[in-house]
Design a protein around this ligand. Sequence first.
Ligand SMILES: [Zn+2]
Length: 110
Amino acid sequence: MTCKEAEQMVMPYINDELTDKELETFLDHVYGCKACYEELEIYYTLYAGLAQLDSDEDRNQDMHNLLEEALYVSEQRVRGRKLFNIYYAFSQVLAMAALAGIIITEILKL
Ligand SMILES: [Zn+2]
């Protein structure tokens, strides 16, 4: 992903509009690119700050921590999805193996 692409994902990220795949590549880039991380931090702080003006949440909460928390949650989401995919693929393989086992047993009976 280029910085330009990452830049275009900042707002969709804040609005929680990225797909899991997009989210994953976006996080990868942001963690490895200081410029894009700072860009995200500025926007996130701005929007999270605006959102908090109307809420009863603690306004003195450190904005840097807010972004780190959000990134952590995003990461968990991406990881959880990956684990699920691995589990799903694994169960598919097991089902195929079981099926093959049944077929082979049936053939051997003949
Ligand atoms: Zn970048």
